[in-house]
Design a protein around this ligand. Structure first.
Ligand SMILES: Cc1cc2nc3c(=O)[nH]c(=O)nc-3n(C[C@H](O)[C@H](O)[C@H](O)COP(=O)(O)OP(=O)(O)OC[C@H]3O[C@@H](n4cnc5c(N)ncnc54)[C@H](O)[C@@H]3O)c2cc1C
Length: 369
């Protein structure tokens, strides 16, 4: 009997791995190409919104909290200039923090158990729609004809230009950096988020007790520790905090320039009928201060895989994607503009901070609930 063509997935981050798991659990053959290794460290604040639990259950990973022992996160404080601050007590189940390396290694191992083929060090160089609704994917040393491709290649990819994404060729935006500090000192709350000019610095513990430091900086700042230490002087509390924590205990990772604009959700090639669905940051990245990008990646990867088993994947995915994310993208985009101006933040903080219900509501809306 002739075998059905597999689903192709480009990118082995959270969106790609969630898509691989969801498709494999539906009995589909899956081939995933990842340009580097799976389960590696990434630039990320590693704050996992509570709603990811629903996706983990749906992916058959209901044991993830027991397996990964993520640090629970209940209290978040946003701190700006002149001691301005807004506090949030996360309502309902806590958020969690776990290193990307551990989370992605766990998902990759689950996807393999479900029968997905995951190729590492296999950058995809070509995606070409061909007759019969198929797509030829060429990556690493493998070429495959697949039925339906999920593009989950993150914030920047060599495929941006061939796929004519709006971000291809744009150089404005943000840089980011990430490292860990030894766990000797305590934080005042589970997450401390310091608002600096054109960005922020976030600190929170991960599962092994280390404190993750993740910063987003506007413009063409250098993504290194010296730059961060210099920028931290804008907020004396932050400068004191970093001094009390000491130097990084792991390598400082930088992320080249990227932005938060919408890219693409779903395309059908007019000539061949071949389907391309975009998931995670490849579709659109939610402003990172929300701490919701990983939740969006997991959910969109899963929705894309589910859409591929419907008669009209493009229409299905466009509508489930809009329902799941439009509110949170709109609100996060609006807050992002205010948030990155320390003078606006310190003016609004005393007003907003007086109403914990309002803070909770804004938090919930940036999670789509
Ligand atoms: C400063 C900062 C802080 C953040 N903090 C948080 C936070 O606290 N909480 C939160 O939820 N989110 C946070 N985010 C957002 C979150 O990190 C992203 O939304 C999430 O990583 C998206 O996952 P993804 O799978 O779409 O992309 P990625 O994890 O980037 O995965 C994409 C993968 O595709 C691969 N790839 C690229 N091109 C190719 C190719 N041609 N062939 C094969 N493979 C390819 C890459 O190697 C990569 O592994 C933060 C982001 C930033 C920048």
């Amino acid at each position: 009997m002739k075998q059905e063509a597999p689903i192709g997935i480009v990118g082995g981050g959270l969106a790609g791995l969630a898509a691989a798991l969801a498709a494999a659990r539906r009995g589909r053959r899956v081939i995933l190409w990842e340009s580097a290794s799976l389960g590696r460290d990434k630039v990320c604040g590693e704050f996992l919104s509570p709603e990811v639990d629903l996706d983990m259950q749906a992916l058959g990973c209901g044991d993830w909290v027991d397996a990964l022992a993520p640090a629970p996160m209940r209290d978040v404080t946003l701190i700006g200039a002149r001691s301005s601050r807004v506090s949030l007590r996360i309502p309902g189940p806590p958020a969690r923090s776990v290193t990307r390396a551990a989370l992605e290694a766990y998902l990759a191992s689950r996807a393999r158990k479900e029968g997905a083929t995951l190729l590492e060090r296999a950058p995809v160089r070509e995606i070409a729609p061909v007759q019969g609704g198929l797509v030829r994917v060429r990556g690493g040393d493998r070429e495959e004809l697949v039925r339906g491709v999920i593009l989950a290649f993150g914030k920047r990819s060599t495929l941006d230009a061939p796929l004519e994404l709006p971000r291809a060729g744009s150089s404005d935006g943000f840089v980011a950096l990430k490292t860990y500090l030894a766990p000797q000192a305590a934080l005042d709350t589970d997450v401390e988020l310091y608002v600096i000019r054109g960005g922020y610095v976030g600190l929170n513990r991960v599962e092994d007790g280390r404190i993750g430091v993740c910063a987003l900086l506007e413009g063409d700042a250098r993504a290194d520790w010296e730059t961060l230490a210099r920028r931290a002087e804008e907020i004396p509390q932050l400068a004191r905090r970093l001094a009390s924590l000491g130097d990084p205990c792991s390598r400082v990772r930088g992320l080249a320039r990227f932005g938060f604009g919408a890219q693409a959700v779903a395309r059908k090639d007019r000539r061949t009928g071949s389907v391309l669905l975009f998931a995670g940051d490849a579709a659109r990245m939610i402003p990172s201060f929300t701490g919701d990008g990983m939740a969006v990646a997991l959910r969109s990867g899963r929705l894309a895989a589910e859409a591929l088993s419907t008669p009209d994947p493009v229409t299905t995915y466009k509508s489930t994607y809009a329902r799941a994310f439009h509110v949170r993208f709109a609100l996060a985009g609006a807050l992002h503009g205010l948030f990155f101006q320390p003078s606006v933040f310190s003016a609004l903080a005393p007003l907003v901070g007086r109403s914990p219900r309002l803070v909770e509501r804004l938090y919930a809306l940036t999670r789509g609930s």
